[in-house]
Design a protein around this ligand. Structure first.
Ligand code: PLP
Length: 384
């Protein structure tokens, strides 16, 4: 096996940036105080959290008090959706979302259905785009929340969130954006996005795992989902993860400081992967939008092969990638995202997602372009 790992699964998680680790270390060692303690050690922790909140608020163009720290992107999505829906349940019990959301959103909506909420799951077009007019048509007097993702985690399609937000604003319905895949990659100005709530997760932009961020616009009614102490202005109980919060803010700041250097490089490598794979692998197609897509996402379907088998063969060559299929009780089911695109099952089962990161090189792209056609050919010949 080649020694060096070629990591092409940055949509799953990213490595901690060494500069982020450095910023975090004092809060794991010498400055270990509880931010609620009133003596100097505790106050130092609180000051670090305050600075982190200010740094993040500057990037989101919001007030520091509108930032809530959580334990992950999933928790941010849960808090946004359950928090708003339950606070408004006497006004109405209708939620609108899309059929290609992450399970952190979809399963939260399913959960609320058990308690009497009605959820509209909007379809998407063949490229994974939600139609803003369909959002408008779906809004009723009962609608208490619209939740649409900024960019899809499997296919990289960037949704028209600004436009959806504009419609929600006009109709006075709170709008939540799951921006977990967009953090560190796309502009996060919540005013320009017309967002009322926005979720982020630090481990997707070279920050630590176990830290989520939720923007909640002042004035939006939110019922806390974790009861206990009065941390985070009563919106999320629990002793703050000081080092993690410092790491999240440092990682987000670095990502936006370096955006102009990193994103064009990713885009160039992505386009080489897309063009190279489509031209070298017969019966292959790109999934997601051809242009409105994350700069680091190259995702495909190959007819007549199983995505898992491709992954195992890549792993033997020390290449880490992902597929949009899930293995349930021995049979490979295509993901809900690929199904929503209308792909036939014999294509959807053969999905491969390659997501680039700032440490990838053109050489990594060359390696994939060299080995992948042979892997797909071998698997097809074994299957026939
Ligand atoms: N939303 C999207 C779009 C995601 O891609 C993910 C994670 O992959 C999540 C939410 C959940 O984030 P976390 O892993 O931090 O819980």
């Amino acid at each position: 096996m080649p020694e060096r790992l070629i990591y092409l699964d940055h949509a799953a998680t990213t490595a901690l940036d060494p500069r982020v680790l450095e910023a975090m270390l004092p809060y794991l060692t010498s400055d270990y105080g509880n931010a609620s303690s009133i003596y100097t050690l505790g106050r130092r922790a609180m000051q670090a959290i305050d600075r982190a909140r200010e740094e993040i608020a500057a990037i989101l163009n919001c007030r520091p008090t509108e930032i809530v720290f959580t334990g992950c992107g999933s928790e941010s999505d849960n808090l946004a959706i359950k928090g708003v829906a339950l606070a408004a349940r006497n006004k109405g019990q209708h939620i609108i979302t899309s059929s290609i959301e992450h399970h952190a959103v979809l399963h939260t909506c399913h959960y609320l259905e058990r308690f009497g909420f009605n959820v509209t799951y909007l379809p998407v077009d063949e490229h994974g785009l939600v139609d803003p007019e369909a959002v408008e048509r779906a809004i009723t007097a009962e609608t208490v929340l619209v939740s649409v993702m900024y960019a899809n985690n499997e296919i990289g399609t960037i949704e028209p969130v600004e436009e959806i937000g504009r419609i929600c604003r006009q109709r006075k319905v709170p709008f939540h954006i799951d921006a977990v895949q967009a953090g560190g990659a796309l502009p996060l100005d919540v005013k320009a996005l017309n967002a009322d709530l926005l979720s982020l997760s630090a481990h997707k932009f070279y920050g630590p795992k176990g830290v989520g961020i939720l923007y909640v616009r002042q004035g939006v009614r939110l019922l806390p989902q974790l009861q206990g102490g009065s941390q985070e202005r009563g919106r999320r109980a629990g002793t703050e993860n000081v080092a993690g919060i410092v790491g999240a803010a440092t990682a987000l700041r670095l990502a936006y400081e370096e955006l102009e250097q990193v994103q064009p490089r990713l885009r160039t490598m992505r386009d080489r992967l897309i063009e190279g794979i489509l031209s070298r692998v017969p019966r292959s197609r790109l999934t997601g939008h051809p242009t409105r897509r994350l700069a680091n996402n190259a995702s495909f379907c190959f007819e007549g092969v199983e995505g898992e088998s491709i992954l195992l063969n890549l792993d033997l060559l020390n290449i880490a990638a992902s597929t949009g299929s899930a293995c349930t009780s021995g049979s490979v089911e295509p993901s809900h995202v690929l199904v929503a695109l209308g792909l036939p099952p014999e294509w959807a089962r053969g999905s491969l997602r390659l997501t680039l990161g700032k440490d990838n090189s053109e050489e990594d792209v060359d390696t994939v372009l060299t080995v992948l056609p042979g892997i797909v050919e071998k698997l097809r010949s074994l299957a026939s």
